[in-house]
Write a protein that binds this ligand. Sequence first.
Ligand code: SF4
Length: 317
Amino acid sequence: MIAAACSLLDASVEDDREFELGDYEGAIARWCPGCGDHSVLSAVQRLLKQEQLEPEKTVFVSGIGCSSRFPHYMKTYGFHGLHGRALPVATGVKLHRPDLHVFVVMGDGDCASIGAGHWLHAMRYNVDMVALMLDNNIYGMTKMQTSPTTPQGFSTNTQPRGSYLPALNPIEVMLGITNVSFVAQTAEWAPAHLFATLEAAHRHKGFAFVRILQRCPIYTPKIFMGAVRDPGLIELLVHEDGIDVPELRKLYRTATVHDPKDMDSARRLAEPGERIRLGIFFRDGTRQCYGDVRNVPHHTVEEKLALLEEEFARHVI
Ligand code: SF4
């Protein structure tokens, strides 16, 4: 038993473990029945199994909100942190342990309101991780307050006569950030598309931002219902370098060829239209990653103490 445990820590020992779905399943999810978060959880667990990510080398970081309970439901490392602060925590984890697979799970309020400053800079820093925004257009955990992505005119508990302002468009925001490297949109009720998007995001080198449109049957049951029932309201962005799931073409018949390298086209397609667009808007794997250029040597505790002593001595003298 001890030998087996040691072999997990010894990189020179060949790792012949094969992970099953159960190796990634944590506590039983306590989201409401019908909540779209269940679908995302299932897709993420399937992705980890397909990619055979070592559970002890995988970390899920979240903020606060319904979707931020995600790390509890994964049998990996996890950090259920502070409201809006998932990205700085995840950045610290990845910079100090580049060998880990880092996933961030945020809600629309968590990411685009209190966490907005971190969100913009996380994209500019382009640290290698997957950031998921589970966007149900509302603050669900705190009972139906207007979030940045709530549609204008939608009645909430904080703006009962209808949300005052036009909704923030997370895709347009991300496409406007310097050094942007991966921006995609998918929907949890299209599991094949969701899975293909997660797969592309995981394989991208850099900060991969994925907005996942997510149903909340408790507070925003009608917002995505039209698109769920009528596939004609969905437009797929397809390309050989993007996402193309052939079996989806039978259901979603409106498809636009879009090269994810074309930023001008990405920005045009990000503007609201008659249909909800799903696919990779932009991808450039050659953008600079902060983790690569920072190149700070990793010190042991003893080395850090020695450096501090040297620093102290310099100042005292
Ligand atoms: Fe999901 Fe909405 Fe329930 Fe939160 S309130 S768990 S988002 S269905």
